[in-house]
Design a protein around this ligand. Structure first.
Ligand code: SF4
Ligand code: SF4
Length: 236
């Protein structure tokens, strides 16, 4: 008779907690609302834009069960959280900051970056990347490329949802995949963007890059053939 009572008691505890969760929500006026937002029925079928997903965080005030309804909700990531590198272009003028100096490729420990430098129609080098690739399967997310870049052009992205069903071509990220606007970077890394170091660095880099570009273009003024189109960003 006595055997099995423990199991029943355990179920009763679980049931009590289950019912209390509803009761607390109703008492606090939460009803059917979702913690992270998106209360409309249509929100169940609408995927929010990247970065706009409702974010929830457990803190000392959290009461009852805490479940993150991923992917509709997600935990916030810290600003310094890093996955793959991204290449920044300036929102104001569309200029790709990278000068194809190759420093990031040299310092990359597993050697997963490679690029080619753009050439003017005359054959002189132009401080822009023509191609830029990163093998995401090899990248170990160390962030050294970003630390060493003298042009503030390569930063670490937060996007960790990179899995897919193809393991070859789509795992090589090209220039188009890597480009993001400075506006996007400022939104995802507000502390770094507003830091005194980065503000000063941006001023220096803009000047340095402009001088190099002017020098390179001066060497190709008499060119006749049309220039190769500047790569367009894949992400805004
Ligand atoms: S990302 Fe920076 S370090 Fe890498 S090639 Fe471009 S400018 Fe040089
Ligand atoms: S994060 Fe590290 S491993 Fe990845 S590309 Fe940059 S330097 Fe290479």
């Amino acid at each position: 008779m006595v055997s099995g009572l423990g199991v029943i008691r355990g179920h009763m505890v679980t049931m009590r907690r289950f019912l209390l969760t509803f009761w607390r929500d109703i008492r606090q006026g939460k009803g059917l609302s979702r913690r992270g937002g998106g209360h409309l029925l249509v929100d169940l079928f609408r995927k929010p834009a990247r970065g706009d997903e409702p974010r929830v965080q457990q803190d000392f005030k959290t009461d009852g069960l805490f479940t993150v309804e991923y992917p509709d909700e997600r935990l916030p990531v810290y600003e310094r959280f890093r996955v793959l590198p991204m290449l920044v272009y300036d929102t104001e003028d569309g200029n790709v900051r990278c000068t194809s100096c190759n420093i990031c490729a040299k310092v990359c420990p597993p050697q997963c970056i490679w690029m080619t430098q753009a050439k003017s129609p005359k054959g002189t080098v132009v401080p822009l990347p023509e191609d830029f690739y990163i093998d995401m399967d090899v990248c170990m997310n160390c962030g050294l490329c970003s630390e060493y870049c003298p042009f503030d052009a390569i930063k670490m992205d937060h996007n960790f949802e990179l899995s897919n069903y193809e393991r070859h071509q789509t795992h090589i990220f090209s220039l188009q995949d890597l480009l993001v606007s400075s506006e996007f970077y400022a939104k995802t890394h507000p502390e770094a963007w507003n830091s005194a170091d980065e503000v000063a660095e941006r001023g220096k880099v803009a000047k340095k890059k402009d001088q190099r570009l002017q020098k390179a273009l001066a060497g190709s003024k008499t060119a006749a053939a049309p220039a190769k189109p500047v790569p367009q960003p894949a992400r805004a």
